[in-house]
Design a protein around this ligand. Structure first.
Ligand SMILES: [Fe+2]
Ligand SMILES: [Fe+2]
Length: 212
């Protein structure tokens, strides 16, 4: 039988071990699927990233990105004949992305911004969060039963995938070089705490911002 000390050490090791990237991605997709299990999730291939499954803040952020990619794929499967389902999934996507972005800014980008070599990376990521906010508010104000809704959603999808692709392949890579292992662990904790609070308080902004 394992001693209490051995069990504690094992638990600690499990928490700090790298998770299999494929399993990490599948778990994130399954979380999204729980909102509408009847829909197919075709997320396709995702850009290669070394962070998927990592026990630090970057692995946690990629886990969210995968969940958001799955929600996008599910929203694309919705029809104008079922606007309630489309609205439910879209509002979940908005609350997820808003709270992820706010917590990411507080846990990661605020620190990365203070380091001169990565100030521009952090600024770029934060500016794109604002662009995503505007696109989400615009779509939330539009008629979910309109046949043109998904066409507009395609623009948000493109912007979102561009944003997370750049984070995973460029900005996280640059930021990692200036952060210590303990920074990365601590940031994960801050992210978890802040995202929970931000999501609980998240509101759906509805405002037409784009011209037809
Ligand atoms: Fe992110
Ligand atoms: Fe971001």
């Amino acid at each position: 039988m394992a001693t209490p000390t051995a069990t504690a050490a094992k638990t600690k090791a499990a928490k700090t071990a790298k998770q299999d990237p494929k399993k990490a991605k599948a778990a994130a997709i399954a979380e999204a699927r729980s909102f509408a299990p009847e829909l197919t999730v075709r997320i396709g291939s995702t850009p290669k990233t070394k962070f998927r499954g990592n026990p630090d803040v970057f692995g946690r952020l990629v886990e969210d990105h995968d969940k958001h990619r799955a929600l996008i794929a599910m929203i694309e499967e919705t029809t104008s004949g079922n606007p309630d389902q489309r609205k439910m999934l879209f509002e979940e996507f908005c609350k997820e992305v808003q709270s992820h972005a706010a917590a990411e800014e507080q846990a990661l980008w605020s620190t990365v911004m203070r380091e001169p070599s990565t100030t521009d990376d952090a600024r770029h990521a934060v500016a794109e969060h604002k662009e995503l906010d505007d696109l989400m508010a615009d779509l939330a104000a539009r008629d979910y039963s309109s046949p043109g809704w998904l066409r507009r959603f395609a623009a948000l999808k493109e912007e979102y995938l561009h944003h997370v692709g750049e984070e995973e392949q460029e900005q996280f890579v640059a930021a990692e070089k200036t952060l210590s292992a303990s920074d990365l662990k601590y940031m994960r904790k801050v992210f978890e705490r802040r995202k929970k609070a931000e999501k609980a308080a998240a509101k759906i902004e509805k405002k037409i911002k784009l011209k037809d």
